[in-house]
Design a protein. Structure first.
Length: 256
């Protein structure tokens, strides 16, 4: 754990000084705003139509038609954006040749990794906090279930934490940042799309891919259900990829 705070400060400064952060955040907020506008507009149109259709009015639900889809939209955007944030964390060190120096400093390997990881988590937290005004807008015009909102944000944050851990691992594999981002996106997409094959598999294999798929563990959060097993899944996912990062770096740079 030694040196985690120092590395955290250094990485946070590097991230916030990088144009990649501002470009990624800008795209994130623009796309998130577009999805939010589309969801609320569709709900508004249906609400207007429901004034003449009592059966339709019974089916209208702000949470299931706007809030839950919005968190699903956020997860999709993070799938695209977070690899751009994580791609430089170790790739840049390898390309500049400073990674060997990093391992000779009086810093623990785990502390160095945690510093980088926590700095990126702060970026994720800032991006999610930036979407809170959307929820406030809904509260102004309708009664919002803040329990579902809170659980949804928890789920998306845990999902993003998993994305970051795998992104850090792919960043440690290569000195090319673009390659690191592509590897990260490809690996995350596999974990995302595994559940799509469930219907073509047997009950045992289908249940297995459902457990492994990273997106299936988000769905309960978006419906207001905070289940310990889903929290444990994301915790194990994060630990596994951070552990693999440490093992790879030690094997790569301390072989002799």
């Amino acid at each position: 754990m030694k040196g985690a705070l120092a590395v955290f400060k250094k990485e946070a400064y590097s991230i916030f000084a990088s144009p990649i952060f501002y470009a990624s955040s800008f795209i994130f907020f623009v796309v998130a705003g577009y999805f939010f506008y589309s969801d609320t507009l569709y709900f508004s149109i249906l609400s207007f139509q429901a004034t003449n259709d009592p059966f339709l009015s019974e089916k209208l639900n702000l949470t299931s038609m706007v809030v839950t889809p919005f968190f699903g939209d956020l997860s999709t955007i993070l799938l695209l954006m977070l690899p751009l944030i994580t791609m430089r964390l170790y790739s840049e060190e390898r390309k500049s040749g400073t990674i060997e120096l990093l391992f000779t400093y009086p810093l623990s390997d785990v502390g160095t990794l945690l510093g980088k990881y926590l700095a990126t988590l702060v970026v994720l937290l800032i991006m999610l906090i930036g979407t809170l005004p959307y929820m406030v807008i809904l509260e102004v015009f309708a009664s919002l279930d803040w329990g579902v909102v809170a659980s949804g944000y928890i789920g998306v944050f845990l999902l993003g934490a998993g994305f970051i851990s795998l992104g850090i691992f792919t960043s440690s594999l290569t000195e090319n940042q673009i390659v690191a981002a592509v590897l990260s996106f490809g690996a995350l997409l596999i974990f995302w799309a595994l559940v799509w094959a469930k219907s073509y598999l047997g009950p045992v294999a289908g249940h297995a891919v459902e457990l492994i798929s990273i997106v299936t563990h988000l769905e309960p959060f978006t419906r207001g259900l905070v289940n310990t097993k889903h929290i444990v899944y994301y915790g194990v996912f994060v630990f596994f990829w951070l552990f693999m990062t440490i093992r790879f770096l030690k094997m790569r740079y301390w072989r002799g």
